[in-house]
Design a protein. Structure first.
Length: 157
């Protein structure tokens, strides 16, 4: 079984971006969105008008939190060969029960791709605004960066 990462959240978190589960490059680096072709950090950099791509990983997370944005994944652990979401087996989901207590300002939960987006109804029922985004993964090549960015701008509205 592979194990994911802890959440990057705090009391300032207003927007939470949930991925599915870290890919192989991210697990190896022990960093969210570590694959060099994943567009996550580039998309977020454009949205907050601050270049996070060039920063060391810990500084990226600090700057993200300074903008009241948190990160986590819907899956805590799973079996998987490679990095594709379609290969995920025996998924164990993260426990989101304490989210409102840990993040009292959380208002919007965004899902980075369709796999994490399958949990959207759970968060909508809990009273959060929800938003399903096109995946930032290099495996999702059906949209250009600019097309993805157009949709991702909705995070900040």
């Amino acid at each position: 079984m592979l194990t994911g990462f802890p959440p990057v959240i705090d009391h300032r978190t207003e927007i939470l971006i949930l991925g599915s589960f870290p890919g192989k490059a991210s697990l190896t680096a022990q960093q969210y969105y570590a694959h060099p072709r994943n567009q996550f950090w580039r998309l977020i950099s454009t949205l907050i008008n601050e270049d996070l791509v060039i920063l060391p990983y810990d500084d990226k997370l600090k700057r993200l939190q300074a903008h009241s944005i948190g990160l986590w994944d819907v899956i805590a652990a799973c079996a998987r060969e490679g990095s594709l979401d379609s290969a995920i087996r025996l998924a164990q989901h993260n426990d989101f029960a304490q989210l409102k207590q840990e993040c009292p300002n959380l208002r919007r939960v965004c899902f980075n791709g369709k796999t994490s987006g399958k949990q959207e109804a759970l968060f909508a029922q809990a009273g959060f605004e929800t938003f399903i985004l096109p995946s930032s993964s290099p495996a999702y090549a059906m949209m250009t960066f600019e097309q993805k960015l157009t949709v991702w701008r909705g995070i900040m509205q």
